[in-house]
Design a protein around this ligand. Sequence first.
Ligand SMILES: *Cc1c(COP(=O)(O)O)cnc(C)c1O
Length: 236
Amino acid sequence: MAASAELSARLAAVRQTIGDACATAGRPESDITLIVVTKFHPAQLVRDLSGLGVTDVGENRHQEAAEKSAQLRDLDLTWHFIGQLQSNKARAVLEYADVIHSVDRSSLVSALNKAWLERAEASGQEKTIPSFIQINLTDDPGRGGVNPRDLDAFANAMSEHECFDIRGVMAVAPLEEDPAAAFERVARASSQLQTVVPGARFISAGMSHDYPQAIAHGATHLRIGSAITGNRPAGG
Ligand SMILES: *Cc1c(COP(=O)(O)O)cnc(C)c1O
């Protein structure tokens, strides 16, 4: 099935906006990894996106991500797990996820480490897990993410496990706040993280409604859904 003209047009428009925002910020476009968030959409949409040159896709629910990635094994895609991850799903997520953006608590760190060690034992060798530490930009602990005040301690504890390749910070800008102010805090957290984990310079931030501001504040990994896929089907 050919990708719909609308999908192709929306993708082109987002790529254009990314290019413009990079030019304004004086950053090379090669700084940016565009992750298309395909949650709630069928595997066929992911296939169509791949046909349009998309290489990175994001999913936030384990069950759905596992099913879709299994249906699309023939495609050369990088799968990003971006949603809240339950510790008891850690092992299963490692089966298909290439990058985890939502490492945000010690119990999950332990669960991922245990699952990784078991895989390493079974295979004799296991690639480290490219991981982002999710930070919480609100005062609401229910939102998920490490409080930026605890970032140093969390990153230190995480780096004691050999399984993680800590790439940087991830955040969702609160809807009730000016995104620019939120992304400034993300940039500060990123600098702070790099004092603990040199090289963890990547920033996963920016969604459909705020990615130009995220680029202005140093985002390297954009997680864009509806601006490319159109509205999510019911339930999304
Ligand atoms: C759904 C989701 C996105 C993409 O949201 P859009 O507004 O559709 O671009 C990005 N990040 C996370 C964590 C998400 O759950």
